[in-house]
Design a protein around this ligand. Sequence first.
Ligand code: NAD
Ligand code: ZN
Length: 351
Amino acid sequence: MKSIRLVEFGSSLQWEEKQDPEPKDSEVLLEVISCGVCHSDLHLRDGYYKIGGEEKLFVKDRGVKLPLTPGHEVVGKVLKVGSKVRSVSIGETKLVYPWIGCGTCEECESGNPQLCSAPKSLGIYQDGGYSDRILVPDRKWLLDIYNLSPEAACSYACAGLTAYGALKKALPLKKMDSLVIIGAGGLGMFASQLVPLLTDAKVIFLDIDGSRLEKLQELGFYTVLSSHPDPIGEVKNISGPLGVSAVIDFVNNSATSSLGFSLLKKNGTLIGVGLFGGELKIPTPILSLRSLTIRGSYTGSPGELKELLLLVSKNKIRLVPVEIRSFQEANSALNDLANGKILGRVVLSGK
Ligand code: NAD
Ligand code: ZN
């Protein structure tokens, strides 16, 4: 197998070639067809998250070990299976659910392995899909992609699922309610695709990049440039003076989370998703007096991913812009993503 691996934090990924792994027991070996490039791969490459001021949360202290093959948005073709694997055939194309856990804790047993405290996520704690092969520990982590192409399907494992998980936490919303979504990158574009299937509330996108907002305006969304001198006033011109019912923050740095908090009307909810890093200072009496909720959201469960794939395959959806590149271009794709040059998602494809 040929993989492009993170060998040292802060450095470019490096090619490595070794023998294909032999799947044992419940394991399944897939040939990778496509793998999405997520902004989380950039945080992984950096080796830390910012947590306010100069402070950092190092991924190695959270159990990430190098060398590691990143890539957690993977569609592949089943090549070989272990002796205990049933109900999957060689040659079948499947989406990999990457947020796997220990399998025995309370969260894993309740169907939420993404919240396991001893996570074994593929592409983060175990080798992922920046490779021509991926070894998946169990057939149960493989899902159908229905009528979707591998390139369109792969990013539902993270960008789509994370957007869906966050949107569900903002619901229910009534038609007269407003929802703000901060960040119109990969996650934001998937959210824009899913929003019309989930709510008829007013949706206002914020980003620092005007060209992304133009794209969303063309699709009928309200937009506000977050660098506007008065973004709160601009949002309230759309939502009404009381503010908005929910904010989903796909950036979640000090500036955006504080802006999101200030936009909430009474009983509103701020949902932090992004890992750009920072800290949020809030006046505690405001939290109580305005009956506000601040919560986080991390990817989604296997059940939610299945639900999401059915939702997008059964409905008429507008495709998220996807730029297909070869695996050889993984480093430049990561650099372009870091420099804000990617609209929607880059997907590495073996075709
Ligand atoms: P992306 O690079 O595709 O998009 C980021 C977007 O944010 C861009 O449009 C950029 O212009 C915009 N942006 C950056 N700084 C901004 C600011 N100060 N104000 C407004 N907009 C700003 O990234 P992505 O793949 O969509 O991921 C977004 C974040 O979510 C990353 O930090 C990623 O690691 C994180 N993430 C979290 C989860 C989770 O489960 N919580 C899952 C996947 C990704
Ligand atoms: Zn991701």
